[in-house]
Design a protein around this ligand. Sequence first.
Ligand code: ADP
Ligand code: MG
Length: 840
Amino acid sequence: MSGGSDWLGRLARPLESASQNDFRALPRVRDLGKAILNILQNAPEETGGGAEQFRERMAALFGDFDTLPLPVRRDRVARALKLITEARQQNLWPESAQSKNDSKSKESATPDGSGKVPPEPAPREAELARKAARAPEGDLARALSELDTDVTYVKGVGPRLAQVLGKLGIEKVGDLLWHLPHRYEDRRDVRKIAELKGGESAVVRGKILGAGRAGRRVYEALLGDETGTISLKWFRFNEKQLRDRLERGEEVFATGEVKSFRGKLEMTHPELESALDDEEDGGREAIVPVYPLTEGLHNRRIRTIVGNALDKFAPYMLDAVPNSLMGEPLPTLADSLRELHRPDAGNDLQRLKAQATLYHQRLRLQEAFYLQMGLVRSKMEQAAEQAPAFDPEPELLQKLMAALPFKPTGAQQRVIAEIAGDLSKPRVMNRLLQGDVGSGKTVVAAAAASIAIAGGAQVALMAPTEILAEQHYRSLKALLEGLGVRVALLTSSQKVSTTAVKPARVLHDISVGAADLVVGTHAIIQDQVKFKNLALAIIDEQHRFGVAQRADLRDKGEHVHFLVMTATPIPRTLTMTIYGDLAVSLLDEMPPGRTPVHTRVYPAKGRAEVWRLVERELAEGRQAYVVYPLVAESEKMDLRDAIAAAEELQNEVFKNYRVGIVHGQMKSAEKDDVLRRFRDGEVHVLVSTTVIEVGIDVPNASVMVIEHAERFGLSQLHQLRGRVGRGGGRSYCYLVGGAGVHADANARLKVMEQVSDGFVIAEEDLRLRGPGEFMGTRQSGLPEFRTLDLVRDRAIIARARQAAEEIFADDPQLQRPEHRALSWALTHHWKRRGRFARVG
Ligand code: ADP
Ligand code: MG
């Protein structure tokens, strides 16, 4: 056997090539772990004790290798190479034993073929030193694998219960320990029934004296203690379940609101819990946690198993959040979970209920910190990916800028330079462009595209709706076609009215590179679309696309630069959370000549005044939008309302003008027709039920009326308002509240009268509606948290972000001894959650 085929050499080769030039190739190597395991399986028979151990350690390094984040993979490759070097030094596999063929016979595995010469034993000291170095790692691995253990290993959890827990997303021990109570009951203050008064909330302990139906819709039980009785009532109930729980003679705690009904005390829908094994919990002196439950699971049960899990597994919880992050000394993770699951009777119940304890703080910090570590790492990893570098100032870009009918704003120039800078590096760009509606993102997109196209590559621009795609197509064509750029449109219902080219032809052009810039909807990511050389993907209205769609777009090219654009200003905290792995550019300057849109909130009964004001503008030759929201649950009714309103506007209010309507049920061609007529000034008032399709640019429109404005988020209102005030001159936005809407709902809208800065409005909107509503879509990419609140905890998130950046700047691969636990904990954390959602 030649030296080149020796087994250790075979093992080392892929690792060596992956590690060259500071692991440059590693991100591109696929299935390295699998390959190494394969080679390991074909190991020659070992010739000594050290060899078996070597194999085990290598297998441990590469077992889950392919799922790990890059820094950890790097670390493992480095460690594996070291092991191989050591193995060579110790001569674990003597030269001639190192080929698979030879290894079949032990005889030939020794230099003289006698099979009698044992390998050089490893020096004892070295062995011990290695063991010591390994030990903490072993513990860490153990700690994490314990928490990663199936929940059925918790005492009291059988397969049936495991299934029920699964419905709550609890699969592993760690999940169970993080399943926190959502409230607490005070058993330190169990009341006597005779003392109760109507209107208070209380806990009583007593015996079920009887239970049964008390009418068709009521189930009733009588609970008594030594001082009196109280009736417990249920109006919606599962009779069998109640019957099981309300066994006569059973001793229970009942918690709830006490009411006095016809002189008798009662509780409706009380929380019940058996008092049988209460003593185990420390008797009546306890604060009792109450958990989010699901069918087939009682609070008592989950308390017991969480307790069992705590006893057995809490010691394995890793405390990997760095001390520097904690402004004040915080309790350990294990202690925090223990206290939240089994609060000490001495705890401050109010603080517990308000989630304001140091224990909560500790968990929050961890959630924020792990998230930011993931995002920063992902950002670093993406930044390491190679991509074609482009000339940042090609002639095409210069020509484009020179041909613009206006002078770019300072913000546009700055952002274009930021993008050009990214594209000029041989690394993949992942940039988020945030710019308020009307700030001029299209020009920036065109500039970015021109840089890639000048470099001989293709560019894709994806928009969420056909109308937006078509509008982009028109604007970009106007900007670029004269400069020799071939622009193509690709939507799923391609219409002859907007493109002269048939889809099949477009697909062909894209595949042979005869289209430089492809503008379209998600039709772009269909399988049959093949690019010749896609290098830049631009996504408009980023938040409307899902992670999967972005990944599909990335797969359309070899190394795709990403520019994602959003017109919804996103508060910094959210940007940090959702787009935390992207570089951010801000278009924070409006083109000149834009004046703030004069905004007024009107109650429904003020509508006549609004129409008068609109008419005044129409008389001056301007145009108006009237938007009706469609709410999914009552869509049909709303649509009828909108159509009826449009008719009324035409027939009663604006008799001398033309009123047009666009709504979601219309065919695209019809919609286009109306929109075109509005753009050309033939239609004066455009009634619309859909928000995004108002995304047309009609500078002559000077009034925006929004009906049922209370149904929109402030940011949406701001978007809509941005449709007017584009042509210079004064412009107006009237927010009309629905009839009978509570005054508070309309009061919220008042913010719009004062503020025109989209970011300020976004902050306010986030504060009022919370992150889920704010982002508005299930695909928003918002991670779920147990304790972290993106609005309340922004300071924590910012601190976590900073800490994560500092740690990675200092120790990119988390190799320092003090980061060892952290590195492990994160690996585990990420493995459970899958890869971070990459946008670009
Ligand atoms: P966004 O997509 O950011 O909402 P657009 O790119 O559609 O904004 O631009 C809005 C309008 O402003 C367009 O009519 C565009 O031609 C115009 N515009 C863009 N940049 C400038 C500028 N620097 N000066 C004047 N007008 C501009
Ligand atoms: Mg736009």
